[in-house]
Design a protein around this ligand. Structure first.
Ligand code: UDX
Length: 434
C-alpha cells in the first residue's frame, strides 16, 4: 500500500520506518527542509535504537521517501497518517495548530478516496472541526480514523512491530478494512471502535500509567515515614496479576514528551466536559512535589544547614543521567531540568554526565559543566546524584567511586543501587522509599 506520514518526529519516523519495512511504499513529509535533507541522507535527528538502521535500509530499497511536498506524496496515498505534535498551551490544553495546518495541506492535495488517520494525540470534541477543515479544501471523498500509538521511546521500533494492541477508531467499514489490512503483519489485539473512544483509549492509558507512577511515589513517601522498604512493598503489590509490576517504580517523577502533557490535557478536556478529574489533578501534583522532595533529600544528605536557611552554597555535585529515561537522548520534560535548576538556584555547582543526552541538555541547561565520562563527573565532588537509571551506572566500581568522590555520599533518585551493598561499601546512601 502507498501511504503518507505527515510529521518526521518520533511517532512519524517510527511509523514510516516500520510500514516501509513491512513492504509498503511510504512518503514521510515534514515542513522543516533541513530535517528532510538530513533524513534523505539517512541521518536521524535524535537517538532511538534501531531507527537509523531501518531508515537507511528502506531508503536504499526505495520504499521510504522523505519530502517537504504534500503534492508529491498525498495524491498517491490510500491513507495519510497525521503524526504532528500537539504541544501543551499555557492552560494545559493541546495546541492543535500543527494538526490543522497539516490537514489543510492534505485536503488540498487529495486524489481519489483517502483515509486520513490521526496518530497525533488530540483531545476529544474536535471531530467536527477536523471534518470541516478538510471539507473546505477537499475536492475528493475522504474519511477519518484515529489510530493512536503507544510506543515508548527507547523501544519504539519493537513496540510498533509487537504492540499489545492496535486501536482502530472509525465507524467506516472501508476505513476499518484498510487499516486492518495495513496492520496485518503486526501482532497484537485488535480493538475496533469509534473515533472518540479510540482517542480516549490513548488519554486514559497514559493517565493510568502516570497514576501508577504517582501511586508508587506516594507509597515510597509512606515507606520512609513508616520505616518500610518500598522495593519489597511494591514487588508484593505488583505480583498481583490484576495490578502488575510495570510502572510501579518510584523515582523523581514521570517526565518525557507524553505523560506530563497528556495528563494536563486530559484534566483540561475533562473540565470542558464538565467533570473535575480530581484523581488526575492529584497525580500531577504528586509528580510535581517529587522534585522538591528529592532536593530535600540531597540537602539532608549533605547536612546543608546554615542557620535557619538551608542552601547548597559551596557544594559541588555530580549528576548522572539527564535524559527523561534511559536509552534516549530526549530531554523534553526531563525531571533533571527542574532538579538541576533548583540545585543551581540553591548555590550548588553541577557537573553532569549522560551517555546520550548531553548535546540536547547543553541547550537547556547552560550553567552545568558536562563531563565526557563518569569518572570525570564524579572526581572531587561532595556527592553523587543519580537522576536517570542508565544500566551502565549500576555497574560502577564502588571502590573507584569512593576514591574519586570528596565525600562518600550517593543520593539515588531511581533506586538503581542495592542500598545494603552500597552501605556495606562505606557510603552514606539515600534512595527513594527505603
Ligand atoms: C509514554 C507511554 O508509555 C507510551 O505508551 C506513549 O505512547 C508515550 O508516552 P514514553 O514517554 O516513551 O512513553 O516513556 P515511558 O516509558 O512511559 O516513561 C514515562 C516516564 O515515567 C519516564 O519519565 C519514566 O522514568 C517514568 N516512570 C515510568 C517511572 O518513574 N516509574 C515507572 O515505574 C515507570
Amino acid at each position: 500500500m502507498t501511504i503518507t506520514v505527515i510529521g518526521a518526529g518520533y511517532v512519524g519516523l517510527v511509523t514510516a520506518a516500520v510500514f516501509a519495512e513491512l513492504g509498503n511504499k511510504v512518503y514521510c513529509v515534514d515542513v522543516i527542509k533541513d530535517k528532510i535533507d538530513e533524513l534523505k541522507r539517512g541521518e536521524v535527528p535524535f537517538f532511538e535504537p534501531m531507527l537509523s538502521d531501518y531508515i537507511k535500509k528502506n531508503l536504499k530499497e526505495k520504499r521510504l521517501f522523505f519530502t517537504t511536498s504534500y503534492s508529491e506524496s498525498v495524491p498517491k496515498s490510500k491513507t495519510v497518517f497525521i503524526c504532528v505534535g500537539t504541544p501543551p498551551k499555557t492552560n494545559g490544553e493541546a495546541d492543535l495548530s500543527f494538526l490543522f495546518s497539516a490537514l489543510r495541506q492534505t485536503a488540498k492535495n487529495l486524489s481519489g478516496y483517502t483515509l486520513i488517520t490521526i496518530k497525533s494525540t488530540i483531545p476529544i470534541g474536535y471531530e467536527d472541526d477536523l471534518e470541516e477543515t478538510v471539507r473546505k479544501y477537499a475536492k475528493e471523498k475522504f474519511e477519518f480514523a484515529a489510530s493512536p500509538e503507544f510506543l515508548r521511546e527507547g523501544t519504539a521500533i519493537a513496540d510498533t512491530l509487537h504492540p499489545d494492541r492496535i486501536v482502530i477508531g472509525s465507524s467506516s467499514k472501508k476505513a476499518q478494512k484498510m487499516l486492518l489490512e495495513l496492520h496485518a503483519p503486526i501482532s497484537g489485539e485488535r480493538i475496533i471502535t469509534d473515533m472518540r473512544s479510540a482517542q480516549l483509549i490513548k488519554y486514559a492509558s497514559n493517565a493510568l500509567l502516570a497514576t501508577k507512577v504517582s501511586f508508587a511515589n506516594s507509597i515510597a513517601i509512606l515507606c520512609e515515614k513508616m520505616n518500610a522498604n518500598v522495593t519489597k512493598v511494591l514487588a508484593g503489590v505488583g505480583a498481583d496479576r490484576r495490578i502488575g509490576h510495570p510502572f510501579l517504580y518510584p523515582g523523581v517523577g514521570y517526565g518525557g514528551s507524553c505523560l506530563p502533557k497528556d495528563v494536563l490535557a486530559f484534566i483540561a478536556q475533562s473540565t470542558r466536559f464538565d467533570y473535575d478529574f480530581e484523581l488526575l489533578r492529584a497525580v500531577d501534583s504528586i509528580n510535581n512535589d517529587q522534585i522538591e522532595r528529592f532536593i530535600n533529600k540531597i540537602r539532608e544528605a549533605l547536612e546543608a544547614k546554615e542557620g535557619k536557611r538551608i542552601n547548597l552554597d559551596g557544594f559541588s555535585l555530580a549528576i548522572l543521567g539527564l535524559a527523561f529515561k534511559p536509552n534516549t537522548d530526549d530531554m523534553r520534560d526531563a525531571p533533571s531540568i527542574k532538579i538541576i535548576n533548583r540545585l543551581i538556584d540553591l548555590g550548588a555547582k553541577i557537573t553532569a554526565h549522560d551517555p546520550r543526552a548531553m548535546v540536547n541538555a547543553k541547550k537547556i541547561l547552560p550553567h552545568v559543566t558536562y563531563a565526557t565520562d563518569i569518572s570525570k563527573a564524579i572526581q572531587g565532588k561532595d556527592a553523587l546524584v543519580i537522576v536517570t537509571e542508565w544500566p551502565q551506572f549500576a555497574q560502577l566500581d564502588l571502590k573507584q567511586v569512593k576514591k574519586l568522590l570528596k565525600k562518600p555520599i550517593i543520593i539515588d533518585g531511581r533506586n538503581l543501587f542495592n542500598a545494603q551493598k552500597i552501605k556495606e561499601a562505606g557510603f552514606k546512601y539515600v534512595g527513594i522509599g527505603q
